[in-house]
Design a protein around this ligand. Structure first.
Ligand SMILES: Nc1nc2c(ncn2[C@@H]2O[C@H](COP(=O)(O)OP(=O)(O)O)[C@@H](O)[C@H]2O)c(=O)[nH]1
Ligand SMILES: [Mg+2]
Length: 171
């Protein structure tokens, strides 16, 4: 059995920082883990990238070819990842042994959770591949200071997503 941790939360909440800290910690205590980049918009990494969605699809290419903005293109990339579960994802996962620990550094756009079942299906796929999966949700602690600011941050993000096109309608 493999082990997987999906790191999710709004953009800027510290997901990539958490992944690199965890990587450093494991290195210090002599344990092996691998960090997977699932954010097609990420450019700078403070950890060695084990698997990288940017090898599958490029955000810039999608923006250019389909004339989409960064958020729409990201949605397209993630749906493309979903379509590639049985080829690219499986091929990449072959590189890891049964007892390996993978950390997935995910994009922060809330649309990925409210509009499309991409990450849900990704988790299901990992489970089928015999991975024991958990999810870590990060949120800026300032948003917890009051109930109103917490809810407002979520509503604002959800509102902005209502005009997103699906990959199916674009293909
Ligand atoms: N003060 C503080 N800053 C943090 C913390 N975690 C991340 N940051 C900073 O917040 C910014 C966004 O972090 P990043 O890990 O890129 O967020 P991501 O978009 O969720 O991957 C970076 O400038 C980090 O240095 C934290 O625990 N405390
Ligand atoms: Mg990040």
């Amino acid at each position: 059995m493999g082990y997987a941790q999906l790191v999710i939360g709004p953009a800027g909440s510290g997901k990539s920082t958490y992944c690199s800290s965890l990587y450093e910690h494991c290195e210090t205590i002599g344990r092996t883990m691998h960090v997977v980049n699932l954010d097609p918009a990420a450019e700078i990494f403070n950890y060695p990238v084990a698997m990288d969605i940017r090898e599958l699809i490029s955000l810039e290419d999608v923006m250019e070819d389909l004339k989409l903005g960064p958020n729409g293109a990201l949605m397209y990339c993630m749906e493309y990842l979903e379509d590639s579960l049985h080829d690219w994802v499986d091929e990449e996962l072959e590189n890891y042994r049964d007892d390996d620990y993978l950390i997935f550094d995910c994009p922060g756009q809330i649309e990925l959770f409210t509009h499309v079942p991409v990450l849900k299906n990704f988790v299901e796929h990992l489970k089928q591949k015999n991975f024991n999966v958990c999810v870590v949700y990060l949120l800026d602690s300032q948003l917890l200071e009051s109930g109103a600011s917490h809810i407002a941050s979520r509503v604002k993000q959800k509102d902005g997503s209502s005009i997103c096109k699906t990959k199916q309608s674009l293909d």
